[in-house]
Write a protein that binds this ligand. Sequence first.
Ligand SMILES: [Zn+2]
Length: 315
Amino acid sequence: MALRGLDISAESKFEFTLPKGCKIWPAPQYGQYSPHVEGSKAPNPSARRRRQSILNRPAKAAKARMARRSAVKEVGPEPSCSHLPLTPRDKPLHFLTIPGELRDMVYDLIVPRNTKIIAQNRPCFERRPGRKGSREIIRRYPLEPKIAQVSRQSRKEVLSIFYAANTFIFRRSQNRLLRNFSITDPAWLSKWFQGCPSSEFLRRVTLQFDACTRNVLYSVTFTLEKDSEEQIRAAHDFNKPQYCACLENTLVTQVLNPVTMSSNLAYVATMLAWRRRNAVLILGVRDDGADGMYRFPTARCLICHKRHPTHVGID
Ligand SMILES: [Zn+2]
């Protein structure tokens, strides 16, 4: 045996004096007498007893737990190894892939309404993401059917039926907050139509303007309809025999003029509102005491010699 090039016989001849206090050489450097153990944590006798009790626990309890687990597993049905071959599934049916006739039947159940739809412009406050405060926007009412927000194709299809199957009424709102956004104002009326290009499918439109005779407020209603042959018909309901209806008759005649006739009912309604507004502005005088309505300077009409309505409104 060699140690650092020296054999035992040579090592034994190495001169060495035993240090004081050391009774054994080589002294135990490790284990419980090691100097590194002095600062370490003392062993916890209770934890040691707990570990020992777990290790010495009888194996019967573990066997019983294993037996219970195996009993629970055996309760379930055994998987069958024999089955029929799976039939291939059809592709999911998409709403836009079904025939158009069926889609129209669905739209006819959703879109038409039993009552006239009141069209309005309402101011709303919209919060913009990432910016402080909100801004005021003008939102057109009524809200369109939710299915119109699914896709461009469904929007085009459902809105064509929505505007064609319903009757829309445009009249001045009695709400003071909406006075400045009156839908009978030709400017706001044209904005309402421009808000949705599908409004060109309109087939029935009713325009109502305020009028007053002897402090009795009433409304003059213009009805515009497009028949199945795409011909537009116009009429008004001002049928008081003692009062002049020259303005209403002239407007209906101008609207039905074949030279300026258009097949777009939204355009015809806008033109009627503009022509009525211009005629009243030329003939009448604004009366601020009558809620901004206009009165005629003469008591009787110069054409039919009947009495004028006391006041007429243009928005
Ligand atoms: Zn007249």
